[in-house]
Design a protein around this ligand. Structure first.
Ligand SMILES: Nc1ncnc2c1ncn2[C@@H]1O[C@H](COP(=O)(O)OP(=O)(O)OP(=O)(O)O)[C@@H](O)[C@H]1O
Ligand SMILES: [Mg+2]
Length: 284
């Protein structure tokens, strides 16, 4: 990624028009009283319960919560991979009833196709979505994530951080109104992770998509988000909805600011209280 990419307040577009089709009025997510129950012959498990959230277009929301509380399940319901047992999920007023190119997914494991080049991995989405400029689109997004030089390499030839940048480019290449990111930097080393966080904010600032970002890392949530939602232990419900007023553009050096540490402590307090509650429930 180029140095200018890492500047969230970069002037103008450096993306060869990659962001030209992004729109500030798309990406409204409405989750209304959603419940997700997994079940088979051996029994059932309520993964998410009584969840109502509205996420505004362009909002960057981080989802925090203990392992197994239903974060990935909630993301999957927005992605359309999982159908709610109760309640509804809407995107821009339309009921979500399956996956679609309007929602880009980025997972912890980069899940690139190993037999395809970096370019082919990115170009496939727009081509399948009948983008008549699929090739141009793929090249624009390759440039956006600073990997034009690696166009004809295979995933295995790239570092973890580079592969995740390809994953982000691939997710964006269908011009989604929403990016759903499930611990996307969880497999990266601490240093690469910080760089990727800045890069993501830079891309988000330019591209203007709604982001729902799952993480276990409270610092990451405070650094990235406009708003932090904390989920309870299983079955997952939203137990805190915290506005993040740390000013943008964000810099890693801001992590010692009073508003940053205050929000971080608030998150930790909610998570701690919830962990204690879950622990007590397991013992009674
Ligand atoms: N396909 C599935 N079938 C049955 N149960 C599932 C399925 N997917 C998830 N679960 C269960 O639903 C609950 C929530 O899982 P989920 O993966 O959403 O949690 P999570 O918050 O993302 O956890 P982690 O932080 O560990 O990734 C867990 O108890 C899990 O075992
Ligand atoms: Mg998960």
């Amino acid at each position: 990624m180029t140095t200018s990419m890492a500047k969230q307040d970069a002037e103008g577009s450096s993306l060869n028009g990659a962001s030209k089709r992004s729109s500030s009025d798309r990406g409204l997510i409405e989750i209304d009283d959603v419940k997700v129950v997994y079940g088979d012959k051996t029994g059932s498990h309520t993964a998410v319960d009584s969840t109502t959230i509205t996420i505004k277009p362009r909002e960057f929301v981080c989802l925090l919560g203990p392992s197994g509380c239903g974060k990935s399940t909630l993301l999957s319901a927005i992605a359309g991979f999982v159908e709610p047992s109760d309640g509804t999920v809407k995107l821009d007023g339309e009921l979500i009833d399956g996956p679609g190119p309007d929602r880009g997914m980025v997972f912890q494991q980069y899940s690139l196709l190993p037999w395809k080049t970096i370019y082919q991995n990115i170009e496939m989405g727009p081509r399948l979505a009948n983008d008549i400029e699929a090739s141009k689109t793929a090249n624009s997004f390759l440039e956006m994530v600073g990997l034009s030089k690696y166009r004809d390499h295979y995933p295995v030839q790239l570092s973890g951080g580079m592969q995740q940048r390809v994953g982000i480019a691939r997710a964006l290449a269908t011009y989604p109104s929403v990016m759903l990111m499930d611990e996307p930097f969880g497999a990266l080393d601490a240093q690469t992770r910080l760089v990727m966080q800045e890069n993501l904010l830079s891309i988000w600032n330019e591209f203007g998509t709604t982001v729902v970002f799952v993480t276990h890392d409270v610092d990451e949530a405070v650094f990235l988000s406009d708003r932090i939602l904390v989920m309870s232990a299983s079955p997952g419900r939203i137990i805190a909805d915290l506005k993040n007023d740390v000013p943008r553009p964000r810099l890693q050096s801001m992590s010692t600011r009073e508003d940053f540490t205050k929000l971080k402590l608030k998150c930790l307090e909610v998570i701690r209280a919830e962990s204690m509650r879950a622990f007590e429930m397991q013992n009674t």
